[in-house]
Design a protein. Structure first.
Length: 181
């Protein structure tokens, strides 16, 4: 039926974007430890689909979790093999877990309890560890959504948008410093 995702994957070699994405987005590690960054090409694909369907960040997150065949299309065994895939328990389920295994990724998706089958203490502890990574990112966006009255940008031109986003990030960092102090 001409699914746009299938057409994009067949017609566009997304790997041509890898070099420029990594060149402009790679950050130098400040020390040992920490997890590896998400694959830039995977995130780029998600952003393209977000713009194509004009979805908010929340809608994209919902769609990825709700419609497991998209996950399989976004992941590439040759590039994503061995990478950690994080998500809350909403990203679980048989279909998603099969895809993660098929793509040979490290499953860092939170486990979900079911009626008459609650999570064990070990599963709860595992979920707690997994959520530490996700939470750091969610707090930033939560702050911007709630405290800064959303993330709608009212400006014309990429330079103005970049300046606004830079100021939003600076504002977050200032408030985060106050919170830590």
């Amino acid at each position: 039926m001409g699914d746009p995702l299938e057409r994009l994957n067949k017609g566009i070699d997304f790997e041509i974007f890898r070099e420029i994405l990594e060149q402009h987005l790679t950050k130098q590690a400040k020390g040992k430890g920490g997890r590896r960054a998400y694959d830039y090409v995977l995130m780029f694909k998600i952003l393209i689909l977000q713009r194509y369907y004009n979805l908010s960040d929340d809608q994209v997150e919902y769609q990825i979790g709700d419609y497991s065949q998209v996950l399989g299309e976004l992941l590439d065994t040759s590039k994503d093999k061995g990478e950690d895939l994080y998500g809350d328990s909403a990203y679980g389920g048989e279909k998603q877990l099969e895809i993660i295994k098929e793509k040979q990724m490290n499953n860092k998706v939170g486990e979900q309890g079911y009626k008459n089958s609650p999570l064990t203490d070990q599963q709860k502890e595992s979920n707690k560890e997994k959520s530490k990574t996700r939470t750091r990112v969610e707090h930033v966006f939560g702050f911007m959504e709630m405290s800064m009255n959303g993330m709608y940008l009212y400006a014309i031109g990429i330079k103005r948008i970049e300046a606004i986003v830079g100021l939003m990030n600076l504002t977050w960092n200032m408030f985060r410093r106050l919170q830590i102090a």
